[in-house]
Write a protein that binds this ligand. Structure first.
Ligand SMILES: [Zn+2]
Length: 184
């Protein structure tokens, strides 16, 4: 049973203007939240600073306001986003989380290019084909970090306990948690 503390989010990326798919996703998430009594957070994912433009963030606020979609938590202007809500202010939290996963040996370094992964995926009809899983490449700058998605020692926070039990999607197997080009 869900409680009124449950929360969902709108998570647009300000690296381009919104398209119809984003708008549909906003409306569906908003309706779901209202229907279930969940809190709604606006989480603007602005970590990709090379592609971030204030005009793209402005577009998000304009679309939400035009649609009349009010959120319970999150920025309401570009200035608020940049000052208080930017994901850049949370980099230390992400780094701590990555360090915990490394400590738990749940992470491996991957040297594969996107093209190599796509080629192997077509053959294996799965997510990441596991090429670097046992290679023990060092977790050095300039490599991707992948989560070993079947790692059994990985403990999830207790909030996840009530999540429905579904098989892990094979398309997401060993997904990337830190890209090659991420800021250190
Ligand atoms: Zn690899």
């Amino acid at each position: 049973m869900l409680t009124n503390q449950d929360k969902t989010r709108l998570a647009p990326t300000p690296s381009g203007f919104l398209h119809l798919g984003n708008v549909a996703s906003f409306v569906l998430t908003y309706l779901l939240a209202k229907n279930e009594g969940w809190q709604l957070l606006l989480r603007i994912d602005d970590l990709d600073q090379a592609r971030y433009r204030p005009a793209y963030a402005e577009d998000i606020f304009k679309v939400l306001s035009t649609l009349g979609l009010e959120v319970d938590e999150g920025p309401s202007s570009v200035a608020e986003l940049e000052l208080e809500w930017s994901q850049r202010h949370r980099l230390n939290l992400y780094q701590d989380a990555l360090a915990q996963l490394v400590e738990a040996q749940a992470v491996f370094a991957c040297h594969c290019s996107r093209k190599e992964v796509r080629g192997a995926q077509r053959l294996a009809k799965a997510g990441y084909p596991g090429t670097c899983r046992e290679a023990r490449h060092p977790l050095a700058p300039g490599v991707s970090w992948r989560l070993k998605t079947t790692h059994t020692a990985l403990k999830l926070p207790s909030d996840f306990a009530k999540a429905p039990k579904t098989p892990f999607p094979t398309a997401l197997q060993d997904f990337v948690i830190k890209r090659k080009d991420d800021q250190e």
